[in-house]
Design a protein. Structure first.
Length: 94
């Protein structure tokens, strides 16, 4: 497999995993808000927005900023978990 194809599969696999994790976090956030506050629409909305902000900052902006500031160090830290994720998601991506 060429380096371009590997990069493409890696990007697709990473995007699928990221989307799945974000969806699970939002789902559990809404379930937690419902358990704490009942079916109060405002509480669920506020909790959903809070979870979305945490995901945006903690899972999107933060890692990308760290990678931009320290690219080699970030790559060495991320390579093993992302390789495992790529192998697990390969049947879905392929």
């Amino acid at each position: 497999m060429s380096a371009d194809a590997q990069g493409m599969y890696f990007t697709i696999g990473f995007t699928i995993g990221n989307t799945f994790a974000n969806s699970l976090a939002a789902m559990f956030g809404v379930l937690l808000a419902e358990q704490l506050f009942g079916r109060i629409g405002l509480a669920i909305t506020v909790f959903s927005l809070a979870v979305s902000m945490v995901i945006l900052i903690g899972a999107e902006v933060g890692p990308k900023t760290a990678a931009a500031m320290y690219p080699q160090r970030t790559a060495f830290i991320a390579v093993w978990p992302l390789t495992i994720l790529l192998k697990v998601l390969y049947p879905i991506v392929w």
